[in-house]
Design a protein around this ligand. Structure first.
Ligand code: NAD
Length: 360
């Protein structure tokens, strides 16, 4: 019997629809080649949802996502919606979806592809061979902690408040995902916190240390976040798997992303305890190049590969996509963000076309 999967597509805003169109063609071709049946359902999120329905995450979208096997998201946001009240902003839709689907673990690989070493802003000897996985906690910490808001004090001053809080249960479940990820990789886990200053980080460190007893095959280390940021650009090869909270992970995963030369190459997976995962590029909606056929679709395409591997358990299909991406890079095709001397510059659509040719 042909395996069949229901996939929710969330193109979102900016370059989202452009890179999603390329990825959809790739998935269709992979499906017909490997005899996999995909049913695609498109839904609204972010600015596109605000324009159509008044809110960034219509209930219908969340229901469609819940009823699918995996969710493929492009990106949300743009200048047009930047001045809306926070609860109506595109980003609120994204946070709501992560919470609504219980996606507490975000896996972001930062792997240097040999073809793109020169796209990195760091020296070749520093980045060659870098292969890092950042496991970021996604539904807790300062982005969700209460109290939050802007309050007026007794003296009439405005006071903005956010709260960084983690329970032991929240730390343990992300910790286990991280230890298990490290087991499948190089067997090294670095936990990043700010335990010298923050009580919430001390609890984080204590729990991760306690958990390590269950994973004697993983070598655990700890770093303060400021040092981790420094080490990431000083000697990134020292890292295998990194686990950290929501805020620190947001920042460090972008720094790790830049080691690879382009944010346009990086996929991510967000997973919960059960139900569909969400697979999306690390980059945003790039409003500065939207609609100009300049976007690099490869992070989105590689997100589809992660979806096939981690969400739908189809490693052969994931391999096929990843091999095709390497093949078009080997043939010298580059979008503007990863352009190098002697390469052939192509737009988003043309990159899609050469990818389809490489999917043999
Ligand atoms: P961004 O990632 O959208 O863009 C940063 C820079 O990288 C820009 O110069 C952009 O042109 C370039 N870039 C990004 N993706 C690219 C690609 N695929 N190909 C070529 N170049 C690419 O980040 P930003 O400018 O800080 O944010 C823009 C909007 O995206 C904001 O509204 C922000 O809130 C939103 N955003 C959304 C997500 C998401 O959907 N998960 C993540 C980050 C930012």
């Amino acid at each position: 019997m042909t395996p069949s999967f229901r996939i929710t597509l969330l193109p979102g805003d900016g370059i989202g629809p452009e890179i999603m169109a390329v990825t959809l063609d790739v998935l269709k071709q992979v499906g017909s080649k490997l005899d996999l049946e995909f049913t695609f359902q498109e839904a609204l999120i972010g600015g596109a949802a605000i324009d159509a329905t008044g809110g960034p995450l219509p209930e219908e979208t969340l229901t469609t996502c819940r009823n699918s096997d995996a969710v493929l998201l492009a990106a949300i946001g743009g200048y047009k919606w930047d001045t809306l009240p926070r609860e109506l902003r595109p980003e609120t839709g994204l946070l709501g979806m992560r919470a609504g689907l219980g996606l507490f673990a975000n896996l972001r690989p930062a792997t240097i592809l040999p073809q793109l070493i020169d796209a990195s802003s760091l020296k070749r000897e520093v980045v060659e061979g870098v292969d890092i996985m950042v496991v970021r906690e996604l539904t807790g910490g300062i982005y969700f902690g209460q109290p939050k808001g802007v309050f007026t004090t007794e003296t009439g001053e405005q006071r903005g408040v956010n709260t960084m809080a983690y329970t032991d249960g929240e730390i343990d479940r992300i910790g286990r995902v991280a230890f298990e990820t490290a087991q499948k990789r190089g067997g090294k886990l670095c936990s990043v916190d700010k335990a010298n200053v923050l009580e919430v980080s001390q609890l984080w460190r204590d729990r991760i240390t306690a958990l390590s007893e269950d994973y004697s095959d993983v070598e655990l280390s700890h770093l303060y976040v400021d040092n981790a940021a420094m080490q990431l650009v000083r000697w990134p090869k020292q890292f295998d798997t990194i686990v950290t909270g929501n805020l620190f992970g947001d920042i460090l995963s972008d720094a790790a992303a830049m080691l690879t030369g382009s944010i346009g190459m990086l996929p991510s997976a967000s997973l919960g305890a059960e139900g569909p995962g969400v697979f999306e590029p690390v980059h945003g909606s790039a409003p500065d190049i939207a609609g100009q056929d300049k976007a690099n679709p490869l992070a989105q395409v590689l997100s589809a590969a992660m979806m096939l591997r981690y969400g739908l358990n189809q490693p052969q299909a994931a391999d096929l996509i990843e091999t095709s991406v390497l093949s078009v890079l080997d043939q010298g095709y580059r979008t503007g963000d990863i352009m190098a001397e002697g390469a052939t510059q192509v737009g988003c659509k043309a990159m899609g076309e050469v990818l389809l040719k490489a999917l043999v």
